[in-house]
Design a protein around this ligand. Structure first.
Ligand code: B4P
Length: 192
């Protein structure tokens, strides 16, 4: 299955993708994790991305597409994938469609996790305490939410217009949200 998880920061994309990869037996590709690995390694790309991420802004589309092409060149993506954190704007959505067409791969679903803003802020504040991620401070969180509204929300319409969007309520326990996603995907899982 080829899946994209959409939702604002704190909506549970990374959390649910980590569970879905075992359920669907396909790799979980988180562009945030790929970028954080580059930052931790101190690579030239990581050095470029570090400040942008800490401010809560989007890293350049060219860097992201290069990373994605590189990841998709690995054999484990042939049977499917769960993309978490990409696409984050309409340019990236078009780039993903082109990449999949070039690879002869059919896209299945975009799953949108819906969570009210107050709860997002609460969850991220919890992670800030637990993990101390550089972009989980209040100022960056505000910026990330704004970037989501301005640039990522239109991606939801992109998939809706193509008839590829499934909306899932992201409020509840990790298990409750996971069950809702798997129920939404069940018909496609049986077919493919
Ligand atoms: P990401 O790593 O994608 O970060 P995120 O949007 O905050 O989502 P994440 O998946 O980590 O959090 P989740 O909702 O699962 O991106 C970080 C940065 O990288 C971006 O700001 C940008 O700079 C850059 N970047 C990444 N992709 C890019 C792209 N395509 N283009 C350009 N730049 C890009 O979870 C959050 C918290 O909520 C966790 O603590 C979790 O435990 C908790 N939680 C989740 N579900 C819950 C539930 N049901 N109940 C209670 N708590 C829950």
């Amino acid at each position: 299955m080829r899946l994209v998880l959409l939702g604002p920061p704190g909506s549970g994309k990374g959390t649910q993708a980590a569970r879905l990869k075992d359920y669907l037996q396909v790799p979980h590709i988180s562009t945030g994790d790929l970028l954080r690995a580059e930052v931790a390694a101190g690579s030239p790309l990581g050095l470029q991305a570090k400040e942008v991420m800490a401010r809560g802004e989007l890293v350049s589309d060219d860097i992201l597409l290069g990373m994605l092409e590189d990841r998709f060149s690995r054999d484990d993506t042939k049977a499917g994938f769960i993309l978490d954190g990409y696409p984050r704007n309409l340019v990236q959505a078009a780039a993903l469609s082109e990449l999949l067409a070039r690879l002869g791969q059919k896209f299945d679903f975009a799953v949108q996790l819906e969570v009210p803003t107050e709860l997002l802020v609460e969850r991220i504040a919890g992670r800030a305490q637990a993990e101390g991620r550089a972009d989980d401070n209040p100022e960056s969180v505000r910026k990330r939410l704004q970037v989501y509204t301005d640039q990522t929300a239109p991606v939801i319409d992109f998939y809706r217009q193509q008839g590829e969007l499934t909306v899932v309520d992201g409020v509840g326990s990790l298990d409750e949200v996971f069950t809702r996603i798997t129920e939404a995907l069940a018909p496609a899982k049986e077919v493919g």
